[in-house]
Ligand binder design. Sequence first.
Ligand code: NAD
Length: 494
Amino acid sequence: MTTQAQIDAIRTKPVPQGRLLIAGEWQDGRGGETQVHSPLDGLPLTRIAAGDASDVDRAVAAARNAFERGTWSRMAPAARKKILHRIADRLEAEALEIAVLGVRDNGTELSMALKAEPLGAANTFRYYAEALDKIYGEIAPTAPDVLGLVHRGPVGVVGAIVPWNMPMMIGAWKLAPALAMGNSVVLKPAELASLTLLRLAAICTECGLPEGVLNVVTGKGSVAGEALSRHGDVDVLAFTGSNGVGRQLLIASAQSNLKRVYLELGGKSPNIVFADAPDLDRAARVATQAIFRNAGQVCVAGSRLLVEQSVHDEFVERVARQTAAMRVGDPLDLTTEVGAVVSEAQLQQNLSHVATAEAEGARRVTGGERILQETGGTYMRPAVMDRVGPGMALAREEVFGPVLAVLPFRDEAEAVQLANDTTFGLASAVWTGNLSRAHRMVAAIDAGVVHVNTYGGSDLTVPLGGHRQSGNGHDKSLHALEKYINLKTAWFQL
Ligand code: NAD
């Protein structure tokens, strides 16, 4: 059980400068350094290396060398497994230190960060450590005069580009299965949240991951990320982030070496409440958490609340009450429910989404204003926006902030039509006491996950991936391994 005193004892610890990890050595970036500011108070936290295209070249070369050398790619699976478990042990042992560092970097509430980031990453490393020797080849059911063997091997060099929200959890979703299958990796963290991933890389090397197997190049997306995406010697690119950048990565692949590109992108996920929901009070509480935890900076956030007309007014009232009662502020305070917005730019973007929706005729029921400006941090009161029309920007575009769009619906058919009426298809939920309706909705909603009578909550055994413009491929579960495997057929004439 974490106590406030434990957190307070480490919350001001100096943060070491971040450097690049290339071929097992910590190095300066050739593009100089950038200053990291904390969203908690706007103060400088540390400096990190700004990698450039030449750093990416060196990192990819180191990854390729390590792969060819075979110290990891051809290591006995049982030995690989041991190292991945050792990494998980260290993440667990240092969980609080890592979580506090991450919160100072990106503003997520500590209670959420602790569970999802170091502990979530530890779970992920364990899951794929355990999986790696249960995945092997096949003998195809061919005619008797031939033998068809299907080999499963690593792909080679994986480029992983991750966002600033939940960087360690999402980073681990890519690193652990890629490493488990014997690949080498070049990781590009987000410029707004690199610190915990640098810590993870240090732990990996200290736990015996051979040099060059994991390389980390921090720096700007438009410089280091772009160079990685266009590199001719990267075999697979695994990305989580925005749709705009996802699009650029596909172009970069097409214009370079046709590397496989897997995209985990944004969402505008519908949370659909029918009047026959078993417990409207609980539904309202969960709906609030579903959008406002981590200040709405969650890809699967339930950002569109669709409510059946007959209970609309009463339900919005409940959600507004819950929202107004949420404790917003210092994310290192254990009682805080909504932490900081990651940056000033993101905060301004959130506020402008609220203003545009109001100008288009939506009703601001509660929140939507900047608060705690005297702290120097970037905080905002969560906003509930009612009477949002399906054509308004707030009903269609991802905010990635604490802004909830509420839309009423008349019946099941209209609920389905509204639910699917965006270009996204990441997550969703349906609240109903009618089992047949629940199954019909699961079938009709075009999204990677449909929650029933809850929102959020999953574990590593189930895949996470988007339909339509929310992406392709999957993180988590055994399905994620497919991204980091090449199949090879050996065909013997007997
Ligand atoms: P972003 O797309 O701006 O950045 C993501 C990463 O891409 C960062 O590391 C960034 O430096 C890099 N990047 C930026 N420009 C690049 C370029 N031209 N070439 C290569 N790399 C480049 O996203 P963000 O603001 O960090 O994260 C928020 C977005 O991520 C939201 O859209 C959110 O929905 C999405 N997200 C999706 C999931 C999911 O699993 N589907 C999970 C978390 C976040």
